[in-house]
Design a binder for this molecule. Structure first.
Ligand code: NAP
Length: 348
């Protein structure tokens, strides 16, 4: 192959003119262009919203989930869940580097891709037989292609691979939380919804690190409450269903002495949390919708309908320095690290 498009448009099979993320189908041909990199894939990390949707749709049947994921990859040439629109990321070993690739990767390096699987050409050659369909992490073998404008991080050697993979999957959240909290004139009050999850717990740590005045964690039940209490990542923890807007807002308000949060971070993996987040946020505050289950129309029309003067940000998975920042938070906080390990399990 000759030099490709830096954004990968030469890999789009259909529809013509689309960029890879919006494409229905990509071409995962293993022959690389001069500016591409080929990765030998070892493990996929499915996006939490995507995995939950698949789990719900198949009633938790691992074989059916596996067959569905295999079908999506084979049909689309990428892991792009057509229902949630989300993907995940992967780890593997650099297998070939085109002479014009600007990514600075070397053959043999172990890397995590930091661009979504929804735009990464992917071919699997083991029919996902190493995976039981019961977890977000998918051991597999195959190859993936990175474009000139993709990003990847060399895996650290001081953390287990599956842990690093889970951290890097959500590393955009803490970096964005740090930026938003740090730019406020006064120390902010922060509410993190879905706080015991991966992006949620990292967001709590980032809010503290950025100088938040008060950090409130919203969790689903007593089990998550106990887990988080033990980790000491928040000033207060409230138990609330994020899809129940009035109750959620009442509880956040109570924890913040009658004011909404200056910054609200939505880290749940289910739909229907937009209105609760809006009602939980103070006038002039900011909401970060990191969740892939967020509906733009529900958020925009909900805020308008509530006459809520809030800024709403879509959680961009890319913030410069995001990978190192998230890994450093994990390295620097044993409780946070234990919480993560508890969630992703020991290395399999
Ligand atoms: P996670 O680890 O599964 O955490 C989600 C948390 O939300 C869990 O603790 C879950 O509790 C909780 N939750 C679910 N339903 C709830 C409800 N009704 N009320 C209160 N809490 C509830 O997920 P994650 O990996 O952090 O991902 C979180 C979100 O970020 C997902 O939507 C994912 O797709 C998205 N994401 C976005 C980007 C981006 O670039 N913007 C990148 C990666 C991921 P249980 O465990 O008890 O269900």
């Amino acid at each position: 192959m000759s030099t490709g498009s830096p954004v990968g448009s030469h890999r789009v099979v259909s529809p013509a003119g689309a960029l890879p993320q919006a494409a229905d189908r990509l071409d995962p041909d293993p022959r690389i262009a001069d500016d591409e990199v080929r990765i030998r894939v070892e493990r996929l990390n499915l996006d939490a919203a995507s995995y939950r949707q698949l789990h719900t749709a198949h009633g938790g049947d691992g074989d059916a989930i596996r067959a569905d994921v295999r079908d999506i990859i084979e049909r689309r040439g990428k892991m792009h869940n057509p229902v949630t629109g989300s993907g995940g990321m992967l780890i593997g070993t650099v297998d070939a580097v085109g002479p014009r690739s600007p990514l600075g990767l070397k053959v043999g390096q172990k890397v995590a891709t930091l661009v979504s699987l929804t735009l990464t050409p992917l071919h699997i050659d083991d029919r996902l037989e190493q995976w039981d369909g019961r977890s977000e992490q998918v051991p597999t073998s195959g190859h993936a292609i990175l474009f000139a404008r993709s990003i990847a991080a060399v895996l650290p050697d001081d953390l287990p691979e599956h842990l690093a993979l889970a951290v890097l999957d959500v590393c955009g959240a803490p970096a964005l939380v740090r930026r938003v909290v740090a730019r406020r004139a006064d120390p902010a009050t922060v509410a993190v919804i879905g706080a015991a999850g991966k992006s949620g717990s990292l967001s709590l740590a980032a809010a503290r690190d950025a100088g938040a005045a008060t950090v409130v964690a919203v969790v689903r039940d007593e089990i998550e409450d106990a887990r988080l209490r033990w980790a000491h990542l928040a000033d207060d923890i409230v138990i609330a269903d994020a899809t129940d807007p009035l109750r959620l807002a009442r509880k956040v308000d109570k924890a913040l002495d009658g004011r909404g949060a200056d910054v609200t971070v939505v880290c749940v993996d289910v739909p229907g949390c937009e209105h609760g987040a809006i009602l939980s946020t103070a006038t002039g505050g900011t909401i970060i919708f990191f969740s892939m289950a967020t509906s733009f129309s529900a958020a925009a029309l909900g805020a308008e309908g509530l006459a809520a003067d809030v800024e709403m940000l879509i959680g961009n998975g890319y913030v410069p320095g995001h990978a190192e920042y998230a890994l450093d938070l994990i390295r620097g906080n044993a409780h946070l690290k234990d919480l993560f390990i508890d969630r992703v399990g020991e290395e399999s």
